[in-house]
Ligand binder design. Structure first.
Ligand code: NAD
Length: 466
């Protein structure tokens, strides 16, 4: 990008931010009626433009229609409905007990919009990850600059076209583009930055935010482990692991299982069951299956190939491994006993490869997980109550789930966010509202309740009263 283009990106960023600032300053975003109208607009957009959204997602990722609807559109619809149902409750100031030292007084905690917020979203669920934070930002009464991912250009273009038609165009601006455009936005002061993406860029976002003391939510990724005990319903477990992996954008999902840990003795049974399920799901020619997304682009395809071609890993393919480079397809692939120091076990895989690590005793799996950075999600398949308790106590992750994968994020009563390397802050349901609100302390005193000891001159007699 030359200097002229960089200057243009910077000018656009300033212009859009100023426009949003003026709209927010006008006070229009504060009333519940405005917020409800925006949520209804987003709801209508998701429902009315389903075909266009699916077409864009298909162009960007060859995402199967069912996944487009169930994993993106319907989740946006549920988010909007949940926010509409609860908005008045969320907006209401919360009364809290007045303190003894402030007696008599009325105390409350008021939710205040932050102002003008920047949402930067990722390519893998490019509709959901762009709109879901906007639901929270609007519910909380903010104006929003949205920067969709350039890696999903069809969805980015569609969002730029649709959003201003369905919601107040003076309070949402979609800025398209890549790193230079995102950088131009990051150089400005915002009232919050909500970033979804990888942790390398998360660090960049946070360092820009530090210049303005801008608070951030960082929705990052990581290696999500799945521990499988031997007492499980194996077929159900295998189906749920496969659905969370290949059934979620071919493993290009932040909560997809990244690796499995099981015992040496149980691994062959689990492997057989996973193979059977993969055959049931995708048939004999998975590269031709319409139910598997493709790898998003050749950069990511080459990255995944490099993980597979690593000399320490290439001999460990236990199933799959077929590729179609031209169509950016990789068949569901299982690898057994991949070394923990291989790149495949050091980096987030984010694709259709699933290594299986074996340990002598299932309890040892916790040490494997804890030897790596904290993941966004961690899963345990087991019927053993004690093992579950131990997992919950020992494993730190954004969220944990027993006996399933991925779908914990559909519960709007649970916060969705990472910890440590997988991010900071959370959203979904009321947590989205909170993420985009300031909790303002409000104390209302009367003119009664004068304590003379408070005022100078501080005499021994006054001190004695205290
Ligand atoms: P991406 O390449 O789409 O990047 C995300 C955003 O960051 C884009 O809008 C892009 O313009 C911007 N960006 C990229 N490089 C930049 C730079 N150098 N400076 C400034 N801005 C930059 O997405 P990605 O990072 O490849 O997404 C995949 C990652 O996101 C995975 O790690 C995944 O686990 C994580 N993820 C997390 C969640 C979650 O909710 N926690 C959801 C989806 C994906």
């Amino acid at each position: 990008m030359d200097a002229e283009a960089a200057a243009a990106a910077a000018a656009t960023a300033v212009e859009e931010r100023e426009r949003l600032r003026r709209s927010f300053a006008s006070g229009r975003t504060r009333p519940a009626a405005w917020r409800e109208a925006q949520l209804r607009g987003l709801l209508r957009m998701a429902a009315e433009r389903e075909d266009d959204i699916c077409a864009a997602l298909h162009a960007d990722l060859a995402k199967p229609l069912t996944e487009c609807y169930v994993h993106e559109i319907s989740l946006v619809i549920s988010s909007c409905k949940f926010a509409l149902k609860n908005l008045k409750k969320w907006m209401k100031p919360r009364k809290v007990p007045g303190g003894l030292l402030t007696f008599p007084s009325a105390a409350s905690v008021a939710a205040e919009p932050l102002g003008v917020v920047l949402v930067i979203s990722a390519w893998n669920y490019p509709f959901l990850l762009a709109i879901d934070p906007v639901v929270g930002a609007f519910a909380a009464g903010n104006a929003v600059a949205l920067k969709p991912s350039e890696v999903a250009p069809a969805t980015s273009l569609l969002l730029a076209d649709l959003l201003p038609r369905y919601v107040d165009p003076s309070c949402v601006r979609v800025v398209q583009g890549g790193i230079p455009e995102t950088t131009a936005l990051l150089e400005l002061q915002w009232d919050k930055i909500f970033y979804t993406g990888n942790s390398r860029v998360g660090r960049i976002v946070m360092s820009y935010a530090a210049n303005h003391l801008t608070p951030v939510v960082l929705e990052l990724g990581g290696k999500c482990p799945v521990v499988v005990d031997s007492d499980v319903n194996l077929h159900v477990a295998a189906k749920r692991i496969a659905a969370g992996k290949w059934g979620c954008n071919s493993g290009q999902a932040c909560v997809s299982p990244d690796y499995v840990v099981t015992t040496k003795s149980f691994a062959p049974k689990l492997l057989e069951s996973l193979k059977r399920v993969l055959f049931e799901f995708y048939g004999e020619e998975p590269l031709r299956s319409p139910d598997l997304s493709r790898v998003v682009n050749s950069n990511h395809f080459n990255r995944l190939m490099a993980l597979m071609d690593d000399y320490s890993v290439s001999g460990n393919v236990a199933f799959g491994g077929q590729i179609d480079e031209r169509r950016l397809r990789i068949a569901p692939t299982l690898l057994l006993d991949v070394p923990l120091d291989s790149a495949m076990m050091k980096e987030e895989i984010f694709g259709p490869l699933l290594p299986i690590i074996t340990v002598d005793k299932i309890g040892e799996s916790f040490a494997v997980i804890n030897s790596m950075p904290k993941p966004l999600a961690a899963y345990l398949f087991s019927n053993d109550g004690q093992l579950k308790q131990q997992f919950e106590r020992t494993v730190s992750a954004g969220g944990i789930m027993f006996n399933d994968t991925g779908i914990h994020l559909t519960n709007p009563n649970l916060p969705f966010g990472g910890v440590g390397e997988s991010g900071m802050g959370a959203y979904h349901g009321a947590f989205s509202f909170d993420a985009f609100s300031h909790r303002k302390a409000v104390l209302d005193r009367s003119f009664l309740g004068e304590a003379r000891a408070r005022y100078p001159p501080y005499t021994p007699a006054k001190l004695a009263i205290l």
